[in-house]
Write a protein that binds this ligand. Structure first.
Ligand code: MLT
Length: 238
């Protein structure tokens, strides 16, 4: 089960759907409001997204999963571990962090939520979402990321910004993890840099930490071969 980053959709996992297909069943839901998923009426919270995943598992008749997420998807994965621990077989945390927002970051999100709801797009995010190498040498990837950012549904973007702004500290959740865990980070990630991955690794010492080269915050999109290889190697140990 792979959960997408903000402000994307299941479309961001197209390489993994193909690259991991021979190894396991790959489920890539649209988190609420994104892709084809309705936003609903709930107050913004990543817990609601985590509970949606549990409902999806019920509908599919699946008891336990290897659950992973990139960035916001990683926040939702940690919420899922907190709320549905007995359904977790193993965890993959990619380009994400366990720390909550600082008050300044939360304020910035609220400002951006207002901008998006008044018709602006968050195109200025794009250069930070990808790494320096992608920005300089992978124009197709940058174009795809820009297209996805610009086409994200405004109500979902605002809802998710507000949900991320109130997410709790997840270090306790990580310390409680006993299942196999893989932490992945792009070496050029400037949003959840390697120091965040190292802090998560400290909280889950039995986790495997993989640093992907020439990759930024969207490692699954920027360097899918490396991402898939890390995931396949991890899955083969389960
Ligand atoms: C993401 O890629 O999901 C976001 O950058 C996460 C965040 O804004 O904290």
């Amino acid at each position: 089960m792979l959960l997408h980053a903000f402000p994307f959709s299941s479309a961001m996992w197209s390489a993994q759907r193909e690259g991991l297909a021979g190894v396991c069943r790959v489920i890539t839901p649209d988190l609420r409001g994104f892709g084809g998923s309705p936003l609903g009426e709930d107050a913004p919270s990543l817990d609601a997204m985590a509970d949606d995943v549990a409902e999806l598992l019920d509908a599919e008749g699946i008891d336990r999963v290897v659950i992973g997420g990139q960035s916001m998807g990683g926040y939702v994965t940690m919420a899922f571990c907190r709320r549905h621990p007995d359904r977790v077989r193993a965890v993959i945390l990619a380009d994400t962090k366990a720390a909550p927002d600082t008050p300044e970051a939360a304020e910035g999100r609220e400002k951006n939520a207002g901008r998006v709801l008044s018709g602006e797009t968050l195109t200025e995010m794009v250069p930070n979402l990808v790494g320096a190498t992608t920005l300089a040498r992978r124009p197709m990837v940058v174009g795809r990321v820009r297209g996805l950012v610009e086409s994200a549904p405004p109500a979902a973007v605002a809802w998710a910004l507000r949900a991320m702004a109130v997410r709790p500290d997840s270090f306790g959740t990580l310390r409680a993890l006993t299942c196999p865990t893989l932490i992945v980070v792009g070496d050029e990630d400037v949003i959840s840099p390697t120091t965040d991955a190292e802090a998560m690794h400290e909280a889950v010492p039995h986790a495997l930490l993989r640093v992907l080269e020439t990759s930024g915050h969207l490692s699954a999109i920027e360097t899918p071969e490396q991402f898939d290889e890390a995931a396949r190697a991890f899955l083969s140990t389960l």
